[in-house]
Design a protein around this ligand. Structure first.
Ligand code: URA
Length: 436
């Protein structure tokens, strides 16, 4: 078999056999297939797509490309979550301590930023000392002792996805539905949790912009998980504006900590509670949504979720002081305010543009090797539906470089759409997808 023939077959709209897909993933993982051929193949998939069967085989091949974790010792308590990627999406940072403080076991492997979206691993690295790599033994021991560990795609878990993910990020091949579904599900299946809750984003800042596409992808991922014997549920959530107010690595950590103190933005809390309820129910920690919500409110109010966050950061080598004093987190030296040119109501905030503005500031990667600036970002002072007067501040930019801040300013000013009348209210939690 030759890779060039398989690129050509996909380029011309052909369906790859199981054997051909396994050949590609195996060869790429071993380094026999170079990045340039894999990039060309990913672009062919981007244009021609994959069938559900091809996607399922791709998922399986990537899952088997490395080690898998056995979490059976935690029984039904082990539960994982994954987002399809959004702007301002810092839900893992808060779900990890909440769910583990309620007896769930989260052995979580998270990603770095991808395209215009942020990644949990980058966010956690803004906590001084936090190690995103642990040995398999350390990882398991921490889940046993603390209830939660969050690492990057380290070790030899789904190495095929690790390589392909980094390549897609810089070759404009991220937002392809089969590549997204297989990337997420291969990792989730390899990580061994008994239950999986998927946060499938929909809207202008998501990789799936239309609700029907998000629904189709959610159904496909729930079906892949269920067929693999995992309890899998998807929650479709809104990404027609960034989630919460903070966008940018350390600013998002700050907002997650504020939320653990009970002071977070309402839309962010709503997504956390929707996902957290499903996680607690699947992990057998709550009988129904009402009980799950009450339990989550309880650990926020009594401070135990915040203490769990500190314990988990400490266990992973991080400095827990910023958990109790967020001014210790890195913050960029300069600020620039974006003001409204006219009065009215915020009608829309193009989340993708806000994500790109954050990348422009240095908060995301331009190439696989780029270092990112964890201290930069944007605080959205106004969100959809808010009334604004001309001259009022819409957003504050935190940056370290005047030229980059000016470029981000243009993007953000363009991202805000102001209308004379308020737009109809759109709930942040759109739909739940359960196994059929
Ligand atoms: N999250 C992932 O892990 N992979 C994708 O492809 C997109 C979002």
């Amino acid at each position: 078999m030759r890779m060039v023939d398989l690129i050509e077959k996909k380029r011309d709209g052909g369906m790859l056999s199981d054997e051909e897909i396994r050949f590609i993933i195996d060869g790429f993982t071993k380094g026999d297939i170079p990045d340039y051929q894999m990039s060309a193949w990913a672009m062919a998939v981007f244009y021609k797509g994959m069938t559900d069967h091809e996607t399922a085989v791709l998922t399986d091949a990537m899952m088997r490309s490395g080690d898998t974790i056995d979490l059976s010792r935690f029984g039904t308590k082990s539960v994982d979550k994954h987002s399809t990627g959004g702007v301002g999406d810092k839900t893992t940072l808060i779900l990890a301590p909440i769910v583990s403080s309620l007896g769930g076991k989260m052995a979580k492997m998270s990603g770095r930023g991808l395209g215009h979206t942020g990644g949990t691993v980058d966010k956690l690295e803004s906590i001084p000392g936090y190690k995103t790599t642990l040995s398999a033994e350390e990882f398991m021991q921490q889940v046993e002792d603390v209830g939660v560990a969050v690492i990057g795609q380290s070790g030899n878990l789904t190495p095929a996805d690790k390589k392909l993910y980094a390549l897609r990020d810089v070759t404009a091949t991220v937002d392809q539905m089969s590549l997204i579904a297989s990337s997420i599900m291969s990792k989730k299946l390899a990580s061994g949790s008994d239950a999986i809750v998927l946060d499938v984003k929909t809207g202008n800042g998501a990789f799936m912009k239309k609700l029907e596409d998000s629904r189709a992808r959610a159904k496909e991922m729930v079906s892949i998980g269920t067929m693999a014997g995992k309890k899998t549920v998807a929650v479709i959530t809104d990404m027609d504006q960034p989630l919460g107010r903070a966008v940018g690595n350390s600013l998002e950590v700050r907002e997650a900590i504020d939320t653990l103190r009970g002071e977070g933005p309402a839309d962010f809390k709503e997504v956390v509670f929707a996902l957290g309820s499903q996680m607690l129910m699947l992990a057998g920690r709550a009988a129904d949504e009402k009980e799950a919500r009450a339990l989550m409110e309880g650990v926020i109010e009594d401070g135990s979720a915040l203490d769990k966050f500190a314990q988990f950061v400490r266990a992973q080598g991080g400095d827990a002081a910023p958990v109790y004093d967020t001014s210790l987190l890195p913050v960029a030296g300069k600020t620039l305010e974006v003001t409204a040119k006219e009065s009215g109501y915020v009608h829309r905030i193009l989340a993708e543009d806000i994500g790109i503005a954050c990348m422009t500031l240095g908060g995301g990667r331009e190439t696989k090797e780029s270092a990112i600036d964890l201290s930069v970002g944007i605080i959205l002072e106004k969100k959809n539906g808010n009334a604004v007067s001309a001259g009022e501040v819409l957003a504050t930019i935190y940056g370290n470089d005047d030229a980059k801040m000016q470029a981000a300013y243009e993007k953000i000013a363009h991202a805000y759409e102001i209308a004379k009348e308020p737009a109809a209210f759109v709930p942040v939690v759109r739909e739940y997808i359960f196994p059929e």
